[in-house]
Design a protein around this ligand. Structure first.
Ligand SMILES: Cc1ncc(COP(=O)(O)O)c(C=O)c1O
Ligand SMILES: N[C@@H](CCCC[NH3+])C(=O)O
Length: 420
C-alpha cells in the first residue's frame, strides 16, 4: 500500500509516531522559498531587504530557521517579538507592526532596539515619542499608509482600501501633519513609508497601483516639506496554491513588477529609489505545511451526502469557517487507490459550520484512514484555538526524510494551567 511522502517522509508513519491531528512542516520547502527570495530579490536588486511575516507561522524553531537563512522578521505583537528575543534574533532585522500597539509593546520594542517600528496612527506616534525619550533610545520608524487601492481577495484580508482600520489615510494634510510631528520628536527618525494591501493575492496589479500612488506621495512630500523617503516597505500578500484556481507564482512575478514600477516612477519624479522591503508570510510557509488527521465516524445519508469525521477541525484550522477557504486533501495511506467517491470532511467541534472540506474526492474510505490536508502551513497553527477545550496539535518539522518534534502536543493540564 503506497503512503503519502512529504519531504521524503512517510506521513502515515508520522501519524503513528506522534499521533493526530498533527501539523507537519517541511524545512526543505521553507529553505527553498528563502533561497528564491535571496536569488531573485535581495541579491538581484541592491538596497533591498526581505522579512518573513511571522504571523503566518511562528515557533522558536521557525525563528531560528529564518535567522539562519538571513531574512529579517515582521512581528505584530509582544508575543511574536518575545519569541524572536528568545532565539537571539538580530533585533535590527525586526520590523514591528500593529494598529494598536500597547504601551508595554512599544516599551519592549524600544528597549530591545528593534530595527523598524511601523507607526500606524498619531496616538502611537505620540506614545513612541515619549517612550523613546524616556529610555533615550532612537526609534527608526516608517509610517503605514493606506494607499486607497482595493485588492481582489476575501474582504476580511483586504487592507489597502481607505476605509480600513490600518494605517494613515492617504490625505495630504494628515500625512504632512504626521511627518512634521515625527520630525519634531527628538528620539524618533522617520525613514519612509509602508503599505500592505491584502493577502492571498493572485495578481500583481494592486501592488503596482499602490507603488504609483506612494511614489506620487514621495514626490509631494519632498517638494512641499522637504522630506526625503529613504525606505519603502511594500508589505506581503503574495498568494499560494490552495485548490484548483489559486496558484503560487514565482516571487519575481510580484517583485519584478514592484521594482520596475518604482524605478520608473522615481525616474519620472527625479527621486532617488528608496530601500525596498518585502514582507511575505504565506508565500514562504503556506505550502510548506500539511495537517494529518485520523478518520473516525463515517455517516452516509443516502442520496444526500457522506460525512467523514476527523479528529480535528476549526480549532486547528479556522480558515474554512472564517474565510470559506478551500483545501485539497489526500488519503495518506491509500495513495495507490483511485479517488472515486465524494465526501464531506467534518471537524469535531460543536458547530455546524465546522466543515473542513465540503466536497472531496477520495478512494474507498474507512475509519482509521489518515487524511492529509495540504497547504496548511500559514495561518493554521498561528490562528489555532482551544475551542471545545481541544488541545492544540503537536508540530513536527521534516527535512529530507528526517523528522523532529518542534512543538509538543498540548495536554488537558495545559488547557487548565492558568485557571484559579
Ligand atoms: C503588515 C503586513 N505585512 C505582511 C503580511 C503578510 O501577509 P502574507 O502572509 O499574505 O504575505 C501581513 C498580513 O497580511 C501584514 O499585515
Ligand atoms: N489570517 C489570514 C491572513 C491575514 C493576513 C494578516 N495580515 C488568512 O488566513 O488568510
Amino acid at each position: 500500500m503506497a503512503n503519502f511522502l512529504f519531504s521524503n517522509t512517510d506521513t502515515v508513519k508520522l501519524a503513528e509516531k506522534y499521533g493526530t491531528p498533527l501539523y507537519v512542516v517541511s524545512e526543505d520547502i521553507i529553505v527553498e522559498r528563502c533561497n528564491e527570495i535571496k536569488r531573485d530579490f535581495t541579491e538581484r536588486h541592491k538596497n533591498t531587504m526581505a522579512v518573513y511575516a511571522s504571523k503566518a507561522f511562528l515557533t522558536k524553531e521557525m525563528a531560528r530557521i529564518i535567522k539562519r537563512e538571513g531574512l529579517g522578521m515582521d512581528v505584530v505583537s509582544g508575543g511574536e517579538l518575545y519569541t524572536a528575543i528568545k532565539v537571539d534574533f538580530p533585533m535590527e532585522k525586526i520590523v514591528f507592526h500593529g494598529n494598536n500597539k500597547t504601551l508595554n509593546e512599544i516599551e519592549m520594542a524600544v528597549k530591545h532596539n528593534v530595527g523598524r517600528i511601523v507607526v500606524d496612527n498619531f496616538y502611537e506616534l505620540d506614545l513612541l515619542g515619549k517612550v523613546a525619550k524616556k529610555y533615550k533610545k532612537k526609534a527608526n520608524i516608517l509610517f503605514r499608509i493606506t494607499p486607497g487601492v482595493d485588492s481582489h481577495t476575501h474582504k476580511y484580508i483586504r487592507t489597502g482600501q481607505i476605509d480600513s482600520k490600518f494605517g494613515i489615510p492617504l490625505n495630504e494634510n494628515i500625512i504632512h501633519k504626521a511627518i512634521l510631528k515625527a520630525m519634531e520628536l527628538e528620539y524618533v527618525e522617520l525613514k519612509g513609508f509602508h503599505f500592505h494591501i491584502g493577502s492571498q493575492l493572485q495578481e500583481n496589479e494592486t501592488h503596482v497601483k499602490a507603488i504609483k500612488i506612494i511614489a506620487s506621495l514621495m514626490n509631494e512630500v519632498k517638494n512641499d516639506i522637504g522630506f526625503i523617503t529613504k525606505e519603502l516597505n511594500t508589505g506581503g500578500g503574495y498568494g499560494i496554491h490552495y485548490n484548483g484556481n489559486e496558484h503560487r507564482k514565482p516571487l519575481r512575478y510580484f517583485t519584478d513588477a514592484i521594482m520596475e514600477e518604482l524605478e520608473k516612477e522615481c525616474e519620472k519624479y527625479n527621486l532617488e529609489r528608496p530601500k525596498v522591503i518585502i514582507e511575505p508570510g504565506r508565500w514562504i510557509v503556506g505550502e510548506a505545511g500539511i495537517t494529518l488527521y485520523t478518520i473516525g465516524s463515517i455517516k452516509n445519508i443516502p442520496g444526500i451526502r457522506t460525512y467523514v469525521g476527523i479528529d480535528g477541525g476549526m480549532p486547528d484550522n479556522p480558515r474554512p469557517s472564517l474565510y470559506n477557504a478551500k483545501y485539497e486533501a489526500l488519503v495518506a495511506n491509500k495513495m495507490d487507490e483511485e479517488p472515486k467517491n465524494i465526501v464531506t470532511v467534518a471537524g469535531k467541534c460543536c458547530e455546524s459550520g465546522d466543515i473542513l472540506i465540503w466536497d472531496l474526492k477520495v478512494p474507498y474510505i474507512e475509519s482509521g484512514d489518515i487524511l492529509a490536508v495540504l497547504s496548511t502551513g500559514a495561518y493554521n497553527y498561528s490562528m489555532a484555538s482551544n475551542y471545545n477545550r481541544i488541545p492544540r496539535p503537536a508540530v513536527v518539522m521534516v527535512s529530507n526524510g528526517k523528522d523532529r518534534l518542534i512543538v509538543k502536543r498540548e495536554t488537558y493540564d495545559d488547557i487548565i494551567k492558568n485557571e484559579i
